[in-house]
Write a protein that binds this ligand. Structure first.
Ligand code: BES
Ligand code: ZN
Length: 382
């Protein structure tokens, strides 16, 4: 058993007794006392527990600088049949897929602007929080939708939608319609828009700037979208740019979306998750997570690194369903998760009032912009 797993089980036991013995300081939202079906990703069966206990479990672990988290499966379906045929065959052909967008990427990579990304992170992290049940969280989602719309003025092949959920904060989806015979196949890039402060569970007034986690990923998605539009790129497949609500409370927004797409039989052939892209905790490298992802799509993305990004990359494991790629993966769709550092060197200020822009390096973030742009353009053609 991995160290991390042993630790997670230990922490869970400690946490339960801790939560019983001490009242949790600033708990206030009614959602905190709801019983939910929680999968802690440590191999044990999902079980019913209060949301606040699930939080305490991951808080205690994060404070100790270790990995643990949970996926809230309440009300979510489990698919047993395989996904649409195109999804499987696309994945199997990835190995032999030639790279054809070199010329396009030479010119479009030059359009990526790290200072715009920094400006977006500044805006997003200046909200008091982006909590999934707060008015600030709703405002942030609307602000993101406005950015998507503003960048697509006078484009009739682009659609921007709010995807609503059973809580206040919507997810945002911008779609560039494909023009080729494969236009029913979808390539997705996304990251979560919500933020949280692990010391103030449930408070709608918590301070949670979430600059790295995950204004950085949202800003990167917006910049890739901007460059694809500005460069006049017309994809064969359909491109979707998503910012997910409610990741920090068990991947709720992305599960709603991935499971709805699956029910509707949509052919999502590839998904890139961007969650934390600008803190170079282990230097100038991109780290590919190897759990809850598609090995084929990960290998393909590593080829994009060698061809177009040309900085070092390595691999690591989250050890649990640490972000929205796990929702897509669970729904049967291929996902990849490039991350800013190794697990042992991740930004320890996330989920606190100290997750601020000053700690971030937008030159590091630029490598993720290049990778994402290469991913969206290569996978959408032919
Ligand atoms: N961005 C983090 C995930 C992360 C943190 C990955 C550190 C690698 C290193 C994400 O927003 C997060 O906080 N996830 C939760 C789990 C979630 C399912 C509730 C976590 O890690 O506690
Ligand atoms: Zn987080």
């Amino acid at each position: 058993m991995k160290n991390c797993t042993v630790f997670a089980i230990l922490m869970f036991a400690l946490t339960n007794s801790f939560a019983r013995a001490h009242s949790l300081g600033s708990v206030s939202g009614p959602e905190m006392d709801e019983l939910r079906l929680i999968d802690r990703g440590d191999g044990s069966e999902p079980r019913m527990m209060k949301l606040k206990d699930a939080f305490q479990f991951s808080k205690t672990a994060h404070e100790a600088g270790r990995c643990a988290g949970f996926m809230d499966l309440t009300g979510q379906p489990r698919f047993t049949s395989p996904p649409p045929l195109e999804v499987e065959s696309f994945k199997l052909n990835l190995e032999d897929r030639p790279l054809t967008q070199g010329l396009y990427l030479d010119s479009s990579i030059a359009l990526l602007d790290a200072s715009r990304v920094s400006e977006t992170v500044k805006q997003l992290s200046s909200n008091r929080n982006r909590y999934y049940r707060s008015t600030y969280g709703v405002q942030a989602a609307n602000w993101i939708a406005d950015q998507f719309r503003g960048l697509a003025r006078n484009r009739n092949d682009v659609k921007v939608e709010l995807f609503t959920h059973s809580w206040e904060q919507p997810s945002v989806i911008a779609t560039i319609a494909g023009q080729g015979p494969h236009r029913n196949e979808i390539v997705v890039i996304g990251g979560h828009e919500d933020s949280i402060n692990q010391s103030a569970f449930g408070s709608r007034e918590m301070m949670a700037p979430g600059a790295d986690d995950n204004a950085s990923g949202v800003a990167t998605v917006l910049e890739i979208y901007r460059v694809i539009l500005q460069s006049g790129f017309k994809p064969d497949r359909t491109l979707m740019f998503m910012t997910y609500a409610a990741e920090e409370v068990g991947l709720l927004g992305s599960q709603d979306i991935a499971n709805r797409f699956r029910k509707e039989g949509k052919s999502v052939v590839a998904v890139m998750q961007l969650d934390m892209t600008t803190f170079p905790g282990s230097g100038n490298q991109i780290v590919f997570m190897t759990d809850n992802v598609s090995p084929e799509l990960t290998k393909f993305s590593q080829k994009l690194m060698d061809t177009y990004v040309r900085i070092r990359w390595s691999t690591d494991r989250c050890g649990y369903a640490c972000s929205d790629h796990a929702s897509w993966n669970r729904a049967g769709y291929p996902a990849v998760m490039p991350f800013e550092s190794t697990m042992s060197n991740y930004n320890k200020d996330i989920h606190t009032t100290r997750d601020l822009i000053g700690k971030l390096d937008f030159n590091h973030g630029l490598s993720f912009m290049k990778l994402g742009l290469a991913f969206m353009s290569e996978l959408s053609m032919n």
